[in-house]
Write a protein that binds this ligand. Structure first.
Ligand SMILES: [Zn+2]
Length: 77
């Protein structure tokens, strides 16, 4: 998977943060649960800059958490 496929930029009340794109079953656009397309709560998509780096602290917490668990595929039924 390409970096651009994994990252997504969202403007929330004028602040653009780079998130991990949602990889789960919910309709949020980010892993951390941001809707990302709701102008009524100040959220709209933003252009992903070249050489973007993930700077959302919540997405970082999720990533750190997954890495810490070291969950193996064999643990799934
Ligand atoms: Zn995030």
């Amino acid at each position: 998977m390409d970096k651009d496929d994994v990252m997504i930029a969202v403007n929330i009340d004028g602040e653009v943060l780079i998130h991990i794109r949602n990889i789960g079953p919910t309709d949020h656009v980010t892993l951390c649960g941001v809707d990302g397309t709701d102008e009524t709560i100040g959220q709209r998509p933003a252009t992903l800059p070249k050489d973007a780096k993930i700077d959302c602290n919540m997405c970082r917490i999720y990533w750190d958490g997954f890495m810490e668990t070291k969950i193996r595929k064999s643990w799934f039924k």
